[in-house]
Ligand binder design. Structure first.
Ligand code: TXA
Ligand code: MG
Length: 345
């Protein structure tokens, strides 16, 4: 079983950094989700990450650094836009896919000639990297395709028996992974994965459109159709409003015909509480946000999905959000996790 260490004690971060230097696996908090870290320059340590996660070797890892300047050690071509982006958004949830230097082992990048790199904005993560004095390769600390962990508990319960250390730094801030971008040959910005940094902010800084890239292929390996999946059935509910809530009950009776449901909603909906009483439905209703705040929804999403998945309910229903700002990343995760979508209309 992993050694769980309180990350608010500096000595524990130092201890964890020794594990990294020894080629061991350390789960640690970032501002997005928990990462499963290893020395990015140690092939064997990196191979263990793939083994523990049951991750296919075509799905490359992100390299985490603690100083912006370290990008020069690992990346070949750094253009003006890259400099502007890292000055503005690092440390933070932006991952850049750029030409790699030879020092980065092929196993990290799945044989690609590019590397994904970011500087996280979490003090514990930054200290772990600094004390290790190494770049840390880290995917999200969950089994491949499962819900990403936003708490140390979720890491412990899913892969705790296969790793060495978990640095417990509490719940992560954003709750959604970083935004991943790259550049094409015309220096256009290509979005490989929507995430915690809104693309609108990138567009504003660079004064150019971000091209949304959603065909899974060599440019975006690992962005598979089914990802972030709970074990249970997950259904996205479209067009649910407080006024048409009665229609939801009808839909459930007609289309789903299930007696046990677990609800996760994006907004506070008093009607639902009433209908639950009226129809004697066996629901658990939980709110991703009290007031449709996308930051709050994002930070709760994986945690509540995880709780729902562990509960005794059979189906998870999640209300859709608009695909703008953080909503783009929220819906990207939900659509990959969902088994189907129903519309209330
Ligand atoms: O917020 C995050 O990004 C978290 C924390 C731990 O930093 N990490 C994370 O890693 O989400 P992971 O492994 O779950 O997702 C990384 C994704 C890969 O699935 C792949 O799609 C993309 O990054 N990626 C990595 N290297 C790439 C490359 N060279 N070219 C294209 N995509 C790459
Ligand atoms: Mg992941």
């Amino acid at each position: 079983m992993a050694l769980v260490l309180n990350a608010f004690n500096e000595d524990n971060i130092i201890l964890a950094s020794k594990y990294i230097r020894d080629g061991k696996l350390v789960a640690f908090p970032t501002e997005t989700v928990y990462g499963l870290g290893a020395n990015a320059l140690n092939r064997i340590a990196v191979a263990k990450i793939f083994e523990v996660k049951n991750r296919p070797n075509f799905d490359p890892l992100i390299v985490h650094i603690a100083n912006k300047e370290d990008i020069y050690n690992y990346v070949e071509e750094i253009n003006e836009d890259v400099l502007r982006l890292i000055n503005e958004f690092w440390p933070g949830p932006l991952t850049l896919v750029l030409k790699k230097k030879n020092i980065i082992p092929d196993i990290v990048t799945s044989g690609l000639d590019t590397v994904a790199i970011r500087m996280p904005a979490n003090l514990i993560a930054l200290k772990l990297i600094k004390y290790s004095n190494l770049p840390i390769a880290a995917p999200s600390a969950n089994p491949f395709n499962y819900i990403s962990p936003t708490t140390a508990k979720a890491v412990l319960e899913s892969i705790g028996d296969k790793i060495d250390v978990i640095l417990d730094g509490g719940k992560t801030q954003f709750g959604l992974e970083s935004t991943i971008i790259t550049f094409d040959e015309n220096n256009q910005v290509i979005l490989l994965r929507p995430g915690a940094l809104e693309i609108e902010k990138i567009e504003k800084l660079l004064n150019k459109k971000v091209i949304i890239y959603n065909k899974p292929n060599i440019l975006a390996p690992g962005q598979t159709q089914h990802h972030y999946k709970p074990h249970k059935e997950l259904i996205i509910i479209k067009n649910l409003t407080t006024t048409n809530t009665p229609l939801l009950i009808k839909k459930i009776e007609k289309e789903l015909n299930l007696n046990k449901l677990y609800f996760l909603l994006t907004f506070k909906n008093d009607y639902l509480e009433n209908f639950k009483e009226m129809y004697k439905l066996d629901f658990v209703i939980d709110y991703l946000s009290q007031n449709n705040d996308y930051y709050e929804i994002a930070s709760n999403l994986f945690e509540k999905l995880y709780i729902a998945d562990k509960s005794d309910k059979e189906v998870i229903l999640v209300n859709e959000v608009l695909k703008e700002s953080l909503g783009l990343a929220i819906m990207n995760r939900l659509e990959k996790a969902a088994t189907k979508t129903i519309s209330i209309r």
